[in-house]
Write a protein that binds this ligand. Structure first.
Ligand SMILES: [Zn+2]
Length: 154
């Protein structure tokens, strides 16, 4: 007897790491040549490289609704860009402690956890997403609180 059913154990739940679709750069954006690099780019999910033209803009990431929808500062490329070169949790972002916030299907917050710098990001996301009431997770910087990326079940 055979079965086509695929059972996915929680510890191998495939994840999708969603970049920010590069929004329009408004007149209030701060555009500059990044001389030193190291700014976390939400469009390409990597740190900027020295000499890249980047913009600091205010965005409200898709997902959270009502009182949970927040506007805050993020870096993006100032010019059209290809997006992430690799799937998976962004390697450059692992060196930053993050708060992972879980949101339910109506966009209300439903939990979260602080994830230290290092290598435990996927496990933290899978733990939060193992609750079927959780629709997506958003990660933010611990100190400044700015949005980094969205994580969903793939
Ligand atoms: Zn980019």
């Amino acid at each position: 007897m055979t079965s086509d059913a695929v059972v996915t154990a929680p510890d191998v739940m495939p994840l999708e790491f969603v970049p920010l679709l590069r929004p329009g750069i408004g007149s209030d954006a701060r555009v500059r040549i990044d001389a030193e690099g190291g700014a976390p780019l939400r469009c390409c999910l990597r740190d900027s490289r020295p000499g890249e033209r980047i913009a600091l803009i205010a965005i409200a990431a898709d997902g959270p609704r009502g009182a949970y929808r927040e506007t805050g500062p993020v870096f993006v490329h100032a010019d059209p860009c290809p997006g992430p070169a690799q799937p998976g949790y962004p390697a450059d972002f692992r060196r930053r402690a993050q708060v992972f916030r879980a949101y339910d299907w109506s966009g209300c917050i439903s939990g979260g956890t602080v994830v230290p710098a290092g290598s435990g990001q996927e496990e933290a996301a899978r733990q939060l997403l193992s609750d079927p009431r959780v629709a997506f997770v958003q990660t933010r910087n611990v100190v400044f609180g700015c949005y980094m990326l969205t994580i969903r079940r793939a």
